[in-house]
Design a protein around this ligand. Structure first.
Ligand code: GDP
Ligand code: FO1
Ligand code: CA
Length: 332
């Protein structure tokens, strides 16, 4: 089976590692191919280096080198370089970069400067982390550098700041008026992205941020049409549990686009291509259906997970992924 997934960082990576585990545990599905289309709107250039947080989180988590507790960055990390930069007064200091992680950014930047595309660079990084051996293809959503910005008003009129500055330095405390991604609406999807969607037997939306992870990927030309036109079932997992994000500021992102922080309101953002939606038992009763022009008559099939939608560990993520697979495979 060919599976395509759209993903951000931590929520996407933890779920997709569970999905790979669930596939590997099933003799009928072990040879399935998983193609992941990663958000690159979070990308930022700092200290002359190109940093792709969601791609790197996917690489490290799926490759077994990530910081399990934090969810992003490398395991057993040190911060000598950052300390040296701070000693020189080099700004910014609000973005924490470890020494091993710096290695990734240096390699990426070097290869980009040598003329490689973002997809070619990602493929080289993925090779080192053994992703092809695990039947995982990791694609950046586009080869065009696009960066999400957030329009905020700190009392001196609206200004656009980089998404990472809002998310990390500001902790999303200043309300976002809107998100702007210059060039997104003309950026071509990276090679293989549309083919992965069109050729998939199943399409999965992990519990990634619906606005600044999956929402950004959906903003690329051709992605939504490919999803709408795909004969494959599209199954998603809610990133909200009890109406709240598990981590991060998805509620602040939803508020900026005028969408309520509810599992079914998130499904409404995908209504035109979504076939089924897995929600936490806490969100199932009394939730109204997804709004928007539904792909299926009556809207997506909504199923409450057999247990909490919280990925407490790798085994639980695999169980959730198995439920998501079963939901997709049993839909008529
Ligand atoms: P980011 O790029 O690192 O922010 O990661 P993603 O966009 O892939 O995922 C972020 C979303 O994952 C957040 O909105 C969280 O609510 C969601 N999330 C994180 N852990 C879990 C979990 O255990 N279960 C569910 N259902 N959602 C989760
Ligand atoms: N997230 C933070 O909250 N603080 C950080 O200092 C930080 C550094 C960082 C460095 C590399 C990387 O790949 C990711 C990093 N993240 C950090 C996570 C990440 O930027 C964001 O959580 C997500 O992109 C938000 O979607
Ligand atoms: Ca992200």
């Amino acid at each position: 089976m060919k599976i395509a997934a759209l993903a951000g960082g931590v929520g996407g990576a933890r779920f997709l590692r569970g999905l790979r585990d669930a596939l590997d545990a099933d003799p009928d599905l072990a040879d399935s191919e998983l193609t992941i289309i990663a958000n690159t709107g979070d990308d930022i250039s700092l200290f002359g280096l190109r940093i792709c947080p969601d791609v790197d989180t996917l690489l490290y988590t799926l490759g077994g080198g990530g910081d399990e507790e934090q969810g992003w960055g490398r395991a057993d990390e040190t911060h000598v370089v950052q300390g040296e930069l701070a000693a020189y007064g080099v700004q910014p200091q609000w973005f924490g970069l470890g020494d091993k992680d710096f290695g990734t950014h240096i390699a990426r930047t070097l290869w980009l400067r040598q003329g490689a595309s973002a997809s070619a660079v990602t493929a080289r990084l993925a090779q080192r982390w053994g992703l092809p051996d695990k039947r995982i293809t990791l694609l950046p959503m586009t080869d065009v550098p696009v960066e999400t910005h957030v329009v905020v008003d700190r009392g001196e009129g609206p200004v656009a700041i980089h998404f990472q500055e809002w998310w990390v330095a500001d902790r999303a405390a200043t309300p976002a008026e809107r998100f702007v991604v210059a060039g997104l609406d003309t950026a071509a999807p990276a090679p293989g992205v549309l083919d992965a969607i069109r050729g998939a037997d199943l399409i999965v939306l992990p519990p990634s941020n619906p606005v600044v992870s999956i929402g950004i990927i959906l903003g690329l030309p051709g992605i939504r049409d490919a999803l709408r036109g795909s004969p494959a079932r599209v199954v998603g997992v809610s990133p909200l549990i009890g109406g709240r994000p598990v981590r991060g500021h998805a509620d602040a992102c939803l508020s900026a686009i005028g969408v309520e922080a509810r599992a079914m309101a998130v499904a409404g953002l995908y209504a035109d291509f979504l076939d089924a939606w897995l929600v936490d038992p806490a969100d199932a009763p009394g939730e109204s259906t997804a709004s928007g022009a539904p792909r299926r008559a009556g809207g997506p099939v909504v199923q409450a997970s057999a247990g909490p939608l919280l990925m407490t560990d790798r085994a639980r993520a695999a169980e959730l992924a198995r439920q998501t697979l079963d939901l997709g495979l049993t839909l008529t």
